[in-house]
Design a protein around this ligand. Structure first.
Ligand code: NAP
Ligand code: SF4
Length: 675
C-alpha cells in the first residue's frame, strides 16, 4: 500500500488516461532557443522516464508579436513542426505524454512590436504595447489556434493555453490592463470573450481527442484583479468552450508579492485553487511551492485540486515520481525554491539548470556514466562542493571517504537553514545525508584531516571551503564585534541595535535572521499572507488586502552597510533580490551605502562617506556583525601540493569570491563525472 494513494492514482480524461496526478508545469528553459532539438528531446524524455504523468513545454509563441523575446521559439511553420516532432517522438518512446504551451505574452513581450488590449505599459518592460483593433484581435486568436493545430501535427498530446500570470489573455480579463469600450472590453462578459473564443475555436480546430489545458489566473495579486466569483464564472465558460483541464496560475509577473520563492510557505496558494473545486466537472490543477510527495499528497487528500503541477522540482530530480512510486521518496533531490539556476538564468538570458542538479538541461552534455576503473577517492570537506562530488563519484562506482572537522555534514548549508525563509535547506542537508548512507560513502567527521590521512587514495579532492575575510577595521577585536558564523551558530549574544558590515548574500541573510524572532513567517501561512498583504480574492479584488502588507515589528534595529554606492542587493538573484530588499524594508532595516569604515568603539561603528572621507557618522550599535565576504581555506591543499601530491581543489577553497552553492555543486559534479 502506497503512502501516496491520491498522488499516484490515474486520471481518466475520457479519450486518454494520465498515469498519476503529477503535471510537470511549464518552464522557459531556453533549450528550444539553442536550436539543438536532440537536447530538448532528451530533457523531456529523461522526465518521461521518471514517470511524470504529463509535461508542459516552455511557452512557445504563436507569432512574432506575442513571443516573449525576439528570437524566442515559435510554432508557426512546417520546420517548427519537424523540430517539435523530435521531442514528441522521444517522449512517447519513453512512455510519456507532453503538451505544448502556447504563450502569447501581450505587453510582457520584450520587444517594440508587442500588442495588448490597451496601450498600458507594463512596469516590468520598457516597451509600451500597441492597442489592437478588431482585426488585430482576430489575428491573435487565429495565430493561437494555428499554433495548436501545428502542435497536434507535431505529435503533442495537447496544448496548454496560457491565460494567467498577466500574459496576453489575462490582460484582457481585468480592467487593470483592459480599458477598451468595444465588445472585448467594458463588462466582465466582454473581457472574458477572448479566452472563451480562444478555447472554443481551438477545440473546434483540434477535434475532441486532444488535451486542452487552460491556465487560469486564480489570484492576480495586482490592483483591480479578478474576484473569485469572476474566476469561477470564467472557469465554467472555459469548460463549456471545450477545455479538458484547468491549471491554475498564481499572481502576475509584476505582482509585488512573492509567489514561488523559497520564503513562500509550502502549498501557500492551494486554498485559492480549492475555491474552484466543485464548480467545474473537469480536473483542476494546483501549483506553487509544492515540492515533496508528502505536500502534494496532502493537497490532493484535502480536496484542494485533482492534480498538482510541479515545475522546478522536476529540474531538481527528473525521477521525482518514479522514486515516489518505488518507496524512495527520501532520495528525491529537493527543489529548495532558490531560483538561482532556473529563473535567475532564464531572466538573465542564460540556459536554465538547477542548483541542486547541474544535469538539468545539460542531459546530453553532462553524462554520469559508470567509471572505467573504480578508484578510492578522498574528499576533504562535507559542504555542498564535497558532498556533490562524493555522490557523483559513488554513483559512478568509486569508493568514497569524506573527511570534515565538523561533527555534521552540510558546511555552510547548516548556516543557511537558520535563516527565516530558508527552511528548505533542512531538507537539502537531509537529502545529502540519505544519499551518503545509500551510496555507502564513508564519513570521517569531527577530525581535521592531515596529509597523512590522505595517503593511499587514488584521488584527493579538497573542498575545505572558506573563512571570513579579515576587514582590518580598527577596533574589530572589541567584545561588541562578532562574525556571522557565531551569530548563525548561536554562539554570540546580539544586542538590540546592530550594524551589519557587508551587504552581500550573507549580510542580507543575517539581517533577516536578526529582525525576526519566534516562528518564521514561512512556517506560518496566515502570518505570511498578512505580512505580504494577501487577502481572500472572494472578498478583495485580485487578492490584495486593502490595508496592504502588515508585517510584525522588527526584533532589532538593524543597519546594513556596504562600501559600494550602488543599490543594496543589486547583485542578489535577479528574481529574488527584490524580495530580500522588500522583506528587510518591511522590518525597517536601514540601508547605508558608499561608506568608509573608520573604526569601531563601545558606541558603535564610525563611518565616513566618499573619497574625501567626509560626513563622519556614528552608527550607534550594541553589536557589529561582520559579513564582509570570504577567503579560500586551502592550508591542506597547499601542504599536499608542497609534498608533491596531485590534488583537485574545488568550491570556496578554489575561488571564494562570490562563491555560492550553485557554483560549488556544479564544479564538484563536473569534476566527479571525469574521474
Ligand atoms: P559577497 O556576496 O561577496 O559579499 C561580501 C560583502 O562584503 C559585500 O557587501 C562587500 O561590499 C563587502 N566587503 C567585501 N570586502 C570587504 C572588506 N574588505 N571590508 C568590508 N566589507 C567588505 O559575500 P557573502 O555575503 O559572504 O556571500 C557569499 C556567497 O554566498 C555569495 O555568492 C552570495 O551571493 C552567496 N549567498 C547567496 C545567498 C542568496 O540568497 N542567494 C545568500 C547567502 C549567500 P562592499 O565591497 O561594497 O563593502
Ligand atoms: Fe529549485 Fe533552485 Fe533548482 Fe531552481 S535552481 S529548480 S529553485 S533548487
Amino acid at each position: 500500500m502506497t503512502q501516496y494513494p491520491n498522488l499516484l492514482a490515474p486520471l481518466d480524461l475520457g479519450f486518454t488516461t494520465l498515469k498519476n496526478r503529477v503535471l510537470m508545469g511549464s518552464m522557459h528553459t531556453g533549450l528550444e532557443e539553442t536550436g539543438d532539438w536532440n537536447r530538448v528531446a532528451e530533457f523531456y524524455a529523461e522526465r518521461a522516464r521518471g514517470d511524470v504523468a504529463l509535461m508542459v513545454t516552455g511557452g512557445i509563441g504563436p507569432n512574432l508579436e506575442g513571443s516573449v523575446l525576439p528570437g524566442a521559439a515559435m510554432m508557426t511553420t512546417d520546420k517548427d513542426v519537424a523540430n517539435h516532432s523530435i521531442v514528441t517522438q522521444r517522449v512517447h518512446d519513453a512512455g510519456g505524454k507532453i503538451a505544448m504551451q502556447i504563450l502569447h505574452a501581450g505587453r510582457y513581450a520584450y520587444g517594440p512590436k508587442c500588442v495588448a488590449p490597451s496601450p498600458v505599459k507594463s512596469p516590468i518592460s520598457p516597451f509600451p504595447p500597441a492597442e489592437l483593433d478588431e482585426d488585430g484581435i482576430e489575428k491573435q486568436i487565429s495565430d493561437i489556434v494555428n499554433a495548436a493545430v501545428l502542435a497536434q501535427k507535431a505529435g503533442y498530446d495537447g496544448v496548454e493555453i496560457m491565460g494567467s500570470e498577466g500574459y496576453f489573455i489575462n490582460q484582457f480579463i481585468v480592467t487593470h490592463t483592459n480599458k477598451r469600450t468595444d465588445r472585448w472590453g467594458g463588462s466582465y462578459e466582454n473581457r472574458i470573450r477572448l479566452p472563451i473564443e480562444v478555447v472554443r475555436r481551438t477545440r473546434e480546430a483540434v477535434g475532441s481527442d486532444f488535451i486542452i489545458i487552460y491556465r487560469l489566473s486564480m489570484i492576480d495579486l495586482v490592483p483591480n484583479g479578478s474576484t473569485t466569483e469572476e474566476v469561477i464564472h470564467l472557469a465554467k465558460e472555459v469548460e463549456k468552450a471545450g477545455a479538458t483541464i484547468i491549471n491554475t496560475g498564481i499572481g502576475w509577473h509584476e505582482a509585488r508579492v512573492p509567489t514561488i520563492a523559497t520564503s513562500v510557505p509550502r502549498r501557500a496558494f492551494a486554498w485559492v485553487t480549492q475555491k474552484l473545486m466543485g464548480h467545474v466537472q473537469i480536473p483542476v490543477i494546483t501549483s506553487n511551492r509544492i515540492n515533496t510527495p508528502e505536500v502534494a499528497e496532502s493537497v490532493l487528500a484535502e480536496g484542494c485540486a485533482d492534480m498538482v503541477s510541479m515545475a522546478r522540482p522536476m529540474l531538481a530530480d527528473a525521477h521525482f515520481v518514479r522514486k515516489t512510486q518505488d518507496g524512495l521518496a527520501d532520495q528525491i533531490a529537493p527543489c529548495i525554491g532558490c531560483n538561482q539556476a532556473c529563473l535567475d538564468h532564464t531572466f538573465g538570458g542564460k540556459l536554465t539548470s538547477c542548483l541542486v542538479n547541474p544535469r538539468a538541461c545539460h542531459e546530453t552534455e553532462l553524462e554520469i556514466k559508470p567509471a572505467e576503473t573504480a578508484k578510492t577517492v578522498a574528499i576533504v570537506g562535507a559542504g555542498p562542493a564535497g558532498l556533490s562530488t562524493a555522490i557523483t563519484c559513488a554513483e559512478r562506482g568509486h569508493t568514497v571517504t569524506i573527511f570534515d572537522r565538523d561533527r555534521e555534514i552540510g558546511g555552510q548549508l547548516n548556516m543557511a537553514k537558520q535563516i527565516p525563509g530558508k527552511e528548505e535547506f533542512h531538507g537539502f542537508v537531509d537529502w545529502y545525508r540519505t544519499m551518503v548512507a545509500t551510496l555507502d560513502i564513508t564519513l570521517k567527521l569531527g577530525q581535521e584531516a592531515t596529509a597523512a590521512d590522505l595517503d593511499g587514495f587514488d584521488e584527493i579532492i579538497i573542498a575545505t571551503g572558506v573563512k571570513p575575510r579579515d576587514t582590518g577595521i580598527p577596533g574589530q577585536d572589541g567584545a561588541n564585534v562578532v562574525s556571522y558564523i557565531d551569530v548563525l551558530r548561536g554562539k554570540a549574544e546580539v544586542g538590540k541595535r546592530v550594524a551589519v558590515v557587508g551587504a552581500g548574500g550573507i549580510g542580507f541573510d543575517v539581517s533577516e535572521f536578526l529582525v525576526h524572532e519566534g516562528e518564521s513567517p514561512t512556517e506560518n501561512l496566515p502570518g505570511w499572507l498578512k505580512e505580504w498583504g494577501v487577502a481572500d480574492p472572494a472578498q478583495h479584488r485580485g487578492g490584495l488586502a486593502p490595508e496592504g502588507p502588515q508585517p510584525e515589528g522588527p526584533a532589532r534595529q538593524v543597519t546594513l552597510l556596504q562600501r559600494k554606492a550602488e543599490k543594496h542587493g543589486k547583485r542578489l538573484g535577479k528574481t529574488t533580490g527584490w524580495i530580500h530588499r522588500a522583506a528587510l524594508k518591511m522590518k525597517d532595516v536601514s540601508f547605508v551605502g558608499g561608506v568608509n569604515y573608520e573604526r569601531i568603539d563601545a558606541d558603535g561603528l564610525h563611518v565616513s562617506f566618499g573619497e574625501a572621507r567626509e560626513n563622519p557618522t556614528l552608527i550607534e550599535a550594541d553589536t557589529i556583525v561582520m559579513c564582509a565576504g570570504q577567503e579560500p581555506l586551502r592550508v591542506l591543499a597547499d601542504d599536499l601540493e608542497a609534498l608533491g601530491k596531485s590534488v583537485h581543489v574545488i568550491g570556496g577553497a578554489d575561488v571564494a569570491a562570490e562563491l555560492d552553492a550553485k557554483r560549488a555543486i556544479n564544479q564538484g559534479t563536473r569534476l566527479a563525472a571525469t574521474l
